[in-house]
Design a binder for this molecule. Structure first.
Ligand code: UT7
Length: 322
């Protein structure tokens, strides 16, 4: 018996993002629930969000984002041999989304699995992809975060319907160009606290998302900055070297509170929640793909990713921006 020959390190070759066409403003929501634009902007930071069409699926959005990432990577579908779709809102438990996403992208017979770590899902999937490339179990991996949270929201519950939204983001992961090059995906720092599992949950298949917002808010603003800093330490990167910080887009006040504690005043902080809402596992790759498109973060610079949410689960890693 012997082990597969691995690679020196993994890197992200490209990102891609997708948002559904329909824009839902705070004023529109205020027509159906007792809320207002000022409350939502000041307490959550959202101005508008995107909601998928009735027939638009998680797999549809994953294909759109994954296709963009694949095209931008310069690889062909034949180069991909593992597809991971992070989602907590699949259409059904079986079949998984990833195998059909792969098929629709022309990726033939890859390893394919869905991963549920809720809003931390993309960072978990990215870590798995990097490990697969390093150990030689995959050459190149398509990693997608895709969510249709709108189908799990009680649209009469103002505490949740103003927050969650739909979308997808993707990354192509492959080996570093030269084995002597440093890795482009740093070690993940991940974990969970199942003692807080009842703070965000869906009680059964006919129910909607229930969230104890204040409890999650307190946890996020106290527990997560040390976790983000640990990911920097594991990667050997000082916070002052970061060009960007892309935390899960849960609440702008949470984003800003964690960013203040990082000691990285030079880093551009993702504020995609303003026009994207909270898209769970899609939020980080979606935010970063849009920052790259707008030229807000340079290729080759260091960015810190931090996913967190239901579970409660969290994961953070430093990456080199493609
Ligand atoms: O992505 C997964 C991870 N999730 C998170 O990280 C979410 C973390 N939590 C949060 O982001 C915030 O706790 C929320 C955005 C969910 C809520 O904001 P908050 O500042 O914690 O508000 P609150 O729940 O303490 O409510 C304050 C007040 C209450 O009224 P009273 O009791 O003070 O009279 C609520 O009933 O605001 C009221 N309220 C609203 N008012 C207008 C709650 N929702 C709304 C609303 N519009 N949509």
């Amino acid at each position: 018996m012997r082990l597969t020959e691995g690679q020196a390190g993994a890197r992200i070759l490209a990102f891609g993002g997708y948002q559904p066409a329909r824009v839902v403003t705070n004023d529109e929501l205020a027509q159906t629930v007792d809320t207002n634009d000022e409350w939502i902007r000041s307490r959550v930071g959202i101005a508008s969000r995107r909601i998928a069409g009735p027939d638009e699926t998680v797999a549809d959005m994953a294909v759109a984002a994954g296709g963009k990432a694949l095209a931008a990577s310069g690889l062909s579908p034949a180069d991909i041999d593992l597809v991971i779709v992070a989602t907590c809102t699949p259409e059904a438990p079986i079949p998984n989304a990833s195998a059909s996403v792969a098929k629709r992208l022309g990726i033939v017979a890859p390893g394919a699995y869905d991963l549920n770590a809720a809003c931390a899902g993309f960072c978990y999937a990215l870590a798995n992809a990097a490990d697969a490339v390093r150990t030689g179990t995959a050459r190149n991996v398509l990693v997608v975060g895709a969510e249709k949270l709108s189908q799990w929201i009680d649209w009469t519950d103002r505490s949740t319907c103003i927050i969650f939204a739909d979308g997808a983001g993707a990354a192509v992961v492959g080996p570093v160009e030269d084995p002597a090059d440093p890795p482009g995906i740093g070690p993940v720092h991940w974990g969970s606290d199942g003692g807080l599992a009842d703070k965000i949950y869906i009680p059964n298949r006919d129910a909607f998302i229930i969230q104890e917002g204040q409890a999650v808010f307190r946890w996020a603003t106290s527990a997560l900055a040390p976790i983000a800093l640990e990911a920097c330490a594991k990667a050997g990167v000082e916070p002052t070297e970061l060009a960007a910080f892309i935390p899960h887009q849960a609440n702008l006040r949470i984003v800003e509170a964690i960013a203040r504690k990082l000691g990285a005043p030079q880093a551009t902080v993702a504020e995609d929640i303003v026009t994207a809402g909270n898209t769970s596992s899609a939020s980080i790759p979606l935010a970063l793909s849009r920052m790259i498109e707008r030229g807000e973060v340079a290729s080759g610079s260091k960015a810190l990713l931090l996913g967190f949410g239901a579970g409660l689960c969290y994961a953070a890693q430093v990456i080199t921006v493609p």
